[in-house]
Design a protein around this ligand. Sequence first.
Ligand code: NAD
Length: 290
Amino acid sequence: MNIAFIGLGNMGAPMAANLAAAGHSVIGFDVAGATAPGVTQAETAAQAVADARVVITMLPNGAILRTVADDIIPAMAQGAVLLDCSTVDVDSARTVAEQAQAAGLGALDAPVSGGIGGAAAGTLTFMVGGSPEAFAIATPLFDIMGQKAVHCGPSGNGQAAKICNNMILGATMIVTCEAFALADKLGLAREAMFDVVSTSSGSSWSMNAYCPAPGVGPASPADNGYKPGFAADLMLKDLRLSQQAAEAVDADTPMGARALELYRRFVEEESGQGMDFSAMLPRFEKRGRG
Ligand code: NAD
């Protein structure tokens, strides 16, 4: 398949490289001049997309996605599919999809879970919004770049699933970290805390698969000096998107709002910039109630 790939950053480059390695013809464009193994470099985004059956975008945010969409939609072939894998606001995803459909194109929003490791290994999970027809065209590509693609409904629903998932993750990680810090002060060994909670009703992915306490549970960023992993500033981005969406539809999300405020402080005012999002544990460890 002829594929164009716009945005060859930390995530986009390994995803594009996996498609090329699987035998697809991939033309890439990145405003910073980045490229990826096996990917032919185009001089402009419009040039990259002209002959593509599927155009994949992997960009930093919704404003940039809208700008790129304005540029590439008129240059795309009739019937081609615009597959946006970036994490962006639901409104931008739906606006870009409408614009693509009005131009005779298919459109999918398909944000991912799995991070840079998942992108390199081809084990991402895709949460997908858009028509069943477009989903069927993109499915062989999801199979190469990921291990699972869930069709969540019409355009924007992929982004909706992503921000709801990450709102749960952010709030759960915070409460897991504060519970470890409380257990420390109550004299409970971390290993005992893990053994109980990971097999009890307080268990979660944050505790069981990504334990924020170093030396406890499976290997995680906590065992590597809290080097990301999933960076606290990316969690902050996703929590902002969740609260922006909640405001837009008048949903009451008090835990999501609290998680946003804690990660905002951690990243912008404390030591969280560049740290994994589980580094909330050393943050709570050092604090009292004041
Ligand atoms: P990144 O900043 O490494 O890559 C983005 C790339 O887009 C950069 O190379 C940049 O030069 C390029 N770009 C910016 N404007 C452009 C334009 N107008 N035209 C062409 N290229 C342009 O970011 P990333 O970590 O690869 O993340 C990409 C997306 O994936 C984001 O939306 C992010 O939230 C999401 N995501 C990231 C992770 C992760 O662990 N990094 C995990 C899940 C989802």
